[in-house]
Design a protein. Structure first.
Length: 246
């Protein structure tokens, strides 16, 4: 089972996360609070909360931070209300961009994002303008390590309900449907596997190469500006980044 690496398309994002761990903890904390308010503080009965906790652990968020966010969302003094919004647009050279946000001020977030796109040779579009270029898929990434047998992991993943299993240079990629993601991840977790990433993503169906150095810089700057925004949770795009940028 081969093909273009799904992990490679988001490696750069992980690098940014590693460099700005405090900011990503804050963003995941918001996701935990939203999940608790929607389904309660018990991950056994709240699958969305269970998914966010897995994401937090994959990003090495300390358990104390996780529990603090859950308790804060459960407390009577918690008045913050966040809205989940997905924005779509085009970067330079028509690169499709999907931006997941959690915001307490929709007008502020939309204005910020529109400014970022305009400043970097793109434009913020209407809902549905680029989402058809992406598939919503669960992605579980496990780093290659001593003690992990490829054939055993593949069978464990497929038995757990995975749709696809890819072997890359430094990791294993396990793909699931959005509906089957939680069950597959939970089954692999119970078998003792550790995850580099475990979350549902927008995976581009195809990617586009940018030839112009100026447009490459604009695309890089657009992604950086989006990821720096406190309201932005995830950025997905169809740009096939140069090897040195992945």
């Amino acid at each position: 089972m081969s093909g273009h690496s799904k992990w490679a398309t988001i490696k750069r994002k992980k690098g940014a996360i590693d460099a700005k761990r405090g900011k990503i903890f804050t963003k995941i904390g918001r996701e935990l609070m939203v999940a608790v308010k929607e389904g309660g503080p018990d991950p056994d009965s709240n699958s969305k909360l269970r998914d966010v906790i897995a994401k937090a652990k994959a990003n090495n968020m300390p358990n104390d931070n996780i529990q603090r966010s859950i308790k804060k969302a459960s407390g009577e003094g918690s008045t913050s209300e966040y809205f989940e919004m997905v924005y779509e647009g085009y970067g330079p050279c028509g690169i499709a961009v999907m931006v997941e946000t959690l915001t307490d001020n929709k007008n502020r977030t939309a204005g910020d994002l529109r400014h970022y796109f305009d400043k970097n040779g793109g434009n913020l579009g209407q809902n549905g303008c680029v989402s058809f270029m992406f598939d919503r898929r669960g992605l579980i990434v496990i780093e290659k390590a001593d003690g992990i047998d490829e054939d055993t992991l593949m069978m464990d993943a497929l038995d757990a309900g995975a749709d696809d299993f890819n072997v890359e240079d430094d990791c294993f990629e396990i793909m699931t449907s959005p509906e089957g993601f939680s069950a597959t991840r939970d089954a692999l977790d119970k078998k003792g596997y550790s995850f580099v990433q475990a979350e549902i993503n927008y995976i581009p169906q195809t990617t586009t190469v940018i030839d112009s150095e100026d447009d490459i810089k604009k695309m890089e700057r657009l992604i950086d500006m989006l990821e720096e925004n406190d309201d932005v949770q995830n950025v997905y795009h169809t740009w096939e980044m140069p090897d040195e940028e992945e």
